[in-house]
Design a protein around this ligand. Structure first.
Ligand code: MRU
Length: 336
């Protein structure tokens, strides 16, 4: 599997060749590949690489595959797409394992990984079409982190919507939060949008309140890493603050997420595991230490926005408007 190394963007376009599942797991942990749908697809391909190596070593898939799946799943805890993709792959394995050889099973798993990736592409396009309808006149929109092509298999979730609305003439400019500590906004979102010729205005995260207060944005749209049955949304740290600010300034706060990002087993956001990352990411800026020695840092990678702050959720089957619980329950029947 070939991945663009997202930690090097936008200055260097460097690719990583993953020959074994361990390298895929490492890529996910290091954020070389990141974004909920992208890590789901990457993990599915990781499982295929794992299955192949087991078959080639003459070992039994029955024994090793569940261990490899558990290892891949443990790489990042918050984005449920990772868990969803692994579960989907293991279900295919379980269904076929009694009447297929290990070599056949390995091919079946590969076909499933390809389906996961291809479906994400279709899902991105559908979300973009549904979401673009939310913008019916030239709008300045704000986004956080990166929910674009780099975070998915095709065009993105929130960014896919923005790009479609732009093509329809309904986006004036996009305010992009820098997204500390790892700068997914400035490094990745600004990169993606500018390559498409879309007007980008980069801001540091602490400028959002003032940008809203001074009337510079009319909508916020972000992606999601996990959405619970009540409509609570886990997304990149800082999203919750933006949602509160949007409410205060009477600005709609939209979330774009595929059905694979919904966790139908969790009732509320408090149940979502939040990844804590190394303190060094906060001590440093672009790899250079900017904080004094001898202190501590807190580095949660995600926060949870309560459903009450979310205006609508764009999915591939349509736009869900608040209140969400009954609508989300209905969505469950669409999840593969
Ligand atoms: O830590 P990251 O960069 O993987 O966090 C990504 C996000 O929070 C995205 O907004 C989310 O995964 C949605 S991606 C379509």
């Amino acid at each position: 599997m070939r991945l663009i190394d997202q930690t090097q963007l936008p200055l260097t376009e460097q690719y990583i060749e993953c020959d074994d599942y361990q390298r895929v797991a490492e890529a996910i942990r290091r954020l070389e590949v990141r974004g909920a749908p992208a890590i789901g697809a990457a993990a599915a391909y990781g499982l295929v690489l794992g299955a192949r190596s087991v078959v080639m070593a003459g070992q039994k898939l029955d024994q090793r595959l569940p261990e490899i799946a558990a290892e891949l799943k443990a790489t990042r805890p918050t984005a449920v797409n990772l868990d969803w993709a692994i579960r989907r792959m293991m279900k295919v394995f379980e269904t076929n394992r009694h009447n297929r050889t290990d070599a056949e099973l390995s091919a079946i798993l590969e076909a499933e990984a390809v389906s996961i990736a291809m479906e994400d592409s279709t899902v991105n396009n559908k979300m973009a079409e549904w979401g673009a309808v939310l913008f019916d006149k030239p709008t300045s929109v704000l986004t956080h982190c990166n929910a674009g092509a780099l975070a998915t298999v095709a065009t993105g979730t929130a960014l896919g919507v923005i790009c479609q609305a732009w093509r329809e003439g309904h986006i004036k400019e996009v305010f992009v939060d820098e997204t500390r500590p790892l700068l997914q906004g400035s490094r990745l979102t600004a990169f993606e949008l500018s390559r498409q010729g879309i007007s980008v205005i980069l801001i540091t995260d602490n400028m959002a309140a003032w940008v809203m207060k001074t009337g510079r944005v009319q909508a916020v749209i972000v992606g999601a890493d996990r959405i619970t049955l009540n409509g609570d949304v886990a997304n990149k740290i800082g999203t919750y603050g933006l949602a509160i600010l949007s409410r205060t300034h009477n600005i709609p706060f939209y979330v774009a997420a595929p059905i694979s990002t919904f966790d139908f087993s969790l009732i509320k956001g408090e149940d979502i595991p939040i990844e804590e990352r190394p303190q060094d990411e906060v001590f440093n800026f672009a790899g250079v230490r900017t904080a004094p020695l001898g202190i501590q840092a807190f580095n949660p990678a995600f926060d949870v926005t309560p459903a009450e702050y979310v205006t609508a959720i764009v999915t591939e089957v349509g736009v869900l408007w608040a209140p969400f619980p009954d609508k989300i329950k209905l969505l469950a029947k669409y999840q593969i």
